[in-house]
Design a protein around this ligand. Sequence first.
Ligand code: HEM
Ligand SMILES: *[C@@H]1O[C@H](CO)[C@@H](O)[C@H](O)[C@H]1NC(C)=O
Ligand SMILES: *[C@@H]1O[C@H](CO)[C@@H](O)[C@H](O)[C@H]1NC(C)=O
Ligand SMILES: *[C@@H]1O[C@H](CO)[C@@H](O)[C@H](O)[C@H]1NC(C)=O
Length: 593
Amino acid sequence: MKDFSIFLFGVITYLLLIESQSCAADSVNPCCYYPCQNSGVCVRFGADGYRCDCTRTGYYGDNCTTPELWSRVRAMLRPRPAAIHYFLTHFQWFWDFINSCFLRDTFMTLVLTVRSELIPSPPTYNTKYGYLSWESYINISYYTRLLPPVPEDCPLPMGTKGKSVLPEPNVLAERFFKRKKFRPDPQGTNLMFSFMAQHFTHQFFKTNHDVQAGFTKALGHGVDASNIYGDDLVRQHQLRLHEDGKMKYQVVDGEMYPPTVSDVPVHMVYPKGFPPERQLAIGQEFFGIVPGLTMYATLWLREHNRVCDILKAEHPTWDDEQLFQTTRLIIIGEIINIIIEDYVQHLSGYLFKLKFDPSLLFGERFQYSNRIALEFCQLYHWHPLMPDSFLIDGDQIPYSQFMYNTSVLLHYGVEKLVDAFSRQPAGQIGGGQNSHEAVLKVAEMVIRESRATRVQPFNEYRKKFNLEPYASFQELTDDADMANALEELYGDIDALEFYPGIMLEKAHSSSIFGESMVEMGAPFSLKGLLGNPICSPHYWKPSTFGGETGFNIVKTSTLKKLVCLNTKWCPFVDFHIPRKEEESQRKESSSEL
Ligand code: HEM
Ligand SMILES: *[C@@H]1O[C@H](CO)[C@@H](O)[C@H](O)[C@H]1NC(C)=O
Ligand SMILES: *[C@@H]1O[C@H](CO)[C@@H](O)[C@H](O)[C@H]1NC(C)=O
Ligand SMILES: *[C@@H]1O[C@H](CO)[C@@H](O)[C@H](O)[C@H]1NC(C)=O
């Protein structure tokens, strides 16, 4: 009898165990399979059920896979992004025609609306909230997220595919990111562009490393020029002269530079023990790190004070505050113009001539607000741009003498730095194995950050941006060694992480990076630029900028003017290396082969 009850107990326990095991297996969160296609929203029901909300996706069915009639037609007619890119970067005669007539406006409006439609506005998720919530909307200390985080309870790190342990970040950095031999960008990008990229983006990418992952210190969420004026009011007032709207400065060799920290005691990040009289006081606390940034800080400082003089001459009755505030709006307008017409123009490689004209959107459905996304911050880690060393006025300067060295700017002066940076080629961003040792650790940090914030697989982002998910690592990259090594480490292309995916993808032919960087970067970028309040109908008018004079400064600003209206002599200045040198370089490298 006793034996029997033990036997019975054993059977029951066994059955219960089986039951609970199969129950555990059944109750894998079904959203871990990313079942909802075409931007459908996955919602869990019961223990193991889910539904896809396909509202306004243009698709229906369990997984939002069946197209409505209109979506079917559109999918048939819509050319592939690769074809559009080819078209935009070829056929000079065609674009010469478009650029010179009213079709330029029509086309620019199309570019802006098609790109920014991909960015939800108001924003949706963040690192804590994978569903819509008031907290996620209202708490701007978070970066927003385009796709929700990988659910916490998924069986594998990337959902349901790939290996149970992701590759070590330092292994990824060593094998796929570390530079073997400097590969210049085939589009001719130079260091002037690279430092602009760093200077410009660090006004809205300021990850807060003091708290858990997914938070930002840049609460302006866009082009607010906080890299010039500081990201809070206390810092702004410390940096301001409180006279004629101007910013504080020091004069060295008869030229205007940012003041030293001993004169303006704001917190700047420098190595421990770095003397305050050799630290420069700048809006962005990290900008002491390289002379490329202190150079741009100097240019914008001079431009601000130059515009103040112009405004003061027209408005002698205005107080310091109004001169400062109006100048800041002008500076923001200048930044946006230079970024669209010089910077993005260069980066895109498009033969179509981009145009900064906010009025193009006045007839369209467009929200004037912006929230910086974590994915945007991740994809903008363009450290392969950085060269092996810096060539200034005939001197080859290694990283050890370049970083945190204030003397470089004061010794050579702005003119020589602009000239040097405009001539020196930057590295190609895409394709992998092009990050200098000095910045290699950053790739590791990005990957760690993406795991802490549970960023979804690269292929899910491909789908989100209307791109075909890659079917294999061999399709992702032409480099067979890299493809095989990635396959071995990740196990499944659907488990490949976002940052490695976007950086290691094969580049468009003769381009700085590949399809995904263009198709995902451009929407975030254009939405951020045109979503600025100064681009909205109630702001975009002369009075906002102190009258026609200020409005014209905004509408006609260029990189070249930013430099040459603020220097004693006008150096070679461009985002592209000199065209002749590029040709001779190409010959050199082909003769090497
Ligand atoms: C020698 C030059 C450079 C050095 C030493 C450097 C170093 C660093 C370091 C240490 C970080 C922090 C990494 C982290 O905490 O995750 C960082 C972040 C970043 N860097 Fe660079 N970087 C350089 C150039 C550039 C350039 C040219 C770009 C061009 C876009 C760039 C874009 C970024 C971005 C977007 C971030 C993220 C900022 C944030 O989330 O707060 N960096 N960099
Ligand atoms: C929807 O997706 C799930 C998970 O990927 C799959 O198992 C199921 O067969 C799909 N349903 C339909 C109707 O395609
Ligand atoms: C935003 O959320 C974080 C984390 O929950 C919290 O610490 C912070 O106080 C919130 N910020 C505001 C302004 O509510
Ligand atoms: C800083 O740069 C100056 C000018 O290029 C150079 O002479 C000096 O040696 C550098 N300082 C350090 C600590 O590398």
